[in-house]
Design a binder for this molecule. Structure first.
Ligand code: CP
Length: 308
């Protein structure tokens, strides 16, 4: 593939190839010197029009560990501020020899639009409320590593589903891999699009958590809430906050996940976030391995050869 815009367009087999390749990449991350020459001579540009800590830095590290060169454009200090258009910005950078762009934008559809207008590859690093495919890939990889399977698992996604590109990408990924997804949140934070997807919905947190293998907690996206139809933080925490007491209804070997950044004390208590059942830091580490796998596969590596 030249581009990765969303999980919706990926087949189950393509997701499995990413998981297998990421397992090899994880071996590189365990070495004392985490660098291989695989992508020497290739150039990657991160172009983020929205803030990021995890996605941007893990893509940059992934590229560096594979010996690719990286350019990072901070839009706040670029010629975007002088009115340069999105497409002119990308074409200018492409003319300098960029092979692959990693793009985050507040508007849904921007990475797809760019991908159709340039020869270089594009990875969607999160576009508005649409998709965040690399987050979903690192999430399924994390569960595969921990549980050894994905088929038949009960995945409870709890929180602000309405504004969440992570939720949409995860729903596509879990469905393709045979897991059973249940969504839970206040009615105002459940989007209408879920009617077309193979998921259950409940407003009752106990029902969502009961016998769950995975509790996937989402942040309340206050920055995207413009209409004032949501519960207050205090109400939200009271009815949907994940704490030690509530997770007792889940399976004994339940794992708690969160894509970050977390609002501690709102959607998740510190007690749970820092407990042994939390794999939140492992998700971050796996983000580097999965992004290494994607860079390798999209910049010329073959799924049936050893990348190392
Ligand atoms: N999960 C995630 O996308 O985090 P960042 O916004 O820090 O990249």
């Amino acid at each position: 593939r030249k581009d990765l815009i969303g999980i919706e367009e990926l087949s189950r087999e393509e997701i499995e190839v990413v998981i297998e390749t990421a397992l090899s990449m994880k071996d590189i991350l365990k070495r004392p010197i985490k660098k291989v020459p695989t992508l020497r001579g290739r150039t990657i540009c991160t172009l983020f029009y929205e803030p990021s800590t995890r996605t941007r830095s893990s893509f940059e590290l992934a590229a560096k560990y594979l010996s690719a060169d990286t350019v990072s454009i901070a839009t706040a200090t670029s010629s975007v501020q002088k009115g340069e258009s999105l497409l002119d910005t990308v074409k200018t950078l492409e003319a300098m020899g960029i092979d692959l762009f990693i793009i985050r934008h507040s508007a849904s559809g921007v990475p797809s639009f760019i991908a159709k207008n340039i020869k270089a590859g594009v990875i969607n690093a999160g576009d508005g409320m649409h998709e965040h495919p690399t987050q979903a890939l690192l999430d399924v990889f994390t569960v595969y590593e921990k549980k050894g399977k994905l088929e038949g698992l009960k995945i409870a996604i709890v929180g602000d589903i309405f504004h969440s590109r992570v939720a949409r990408s995860n729903i596509y990924a879990w469905n393709k891999l045979g897991s059973n997804v249940i969504l839970c949140g206040p009615p105002t934070l459940i989007p209408p699009y879920i009617e077309n997807l193979n998921v259950k919905v409940t407003y009752d947190l106990n029902e969502a958590i009961e016998d769950a293998d995975i509790i996937y907690v989402l942040r309340l996206q206050l920055e995207r809430q413009k209409r004032g139809l949501f519960p207050t933080l205090r109400e939200y925490h009271m009815f949907y906050g994940i704490n030690q007491e509530r997770i007792k209804k889940a399976k004994k070997d339940v794992l708690v996940m969160h894509p970050g950044p977390m609002n501690r004390g709102v959607e998740i208590s510190s007690e749970v976030a820092d407990s042994l059942i939390s794999v939140i830091n492992e998700q971050v580490t796996n983000g580097v391995a999965v992004r290494m796998a994607l860079l390798y596969l999209m910049l010329g590596g073959k799924s049936d050869e050893n990348p190392v």
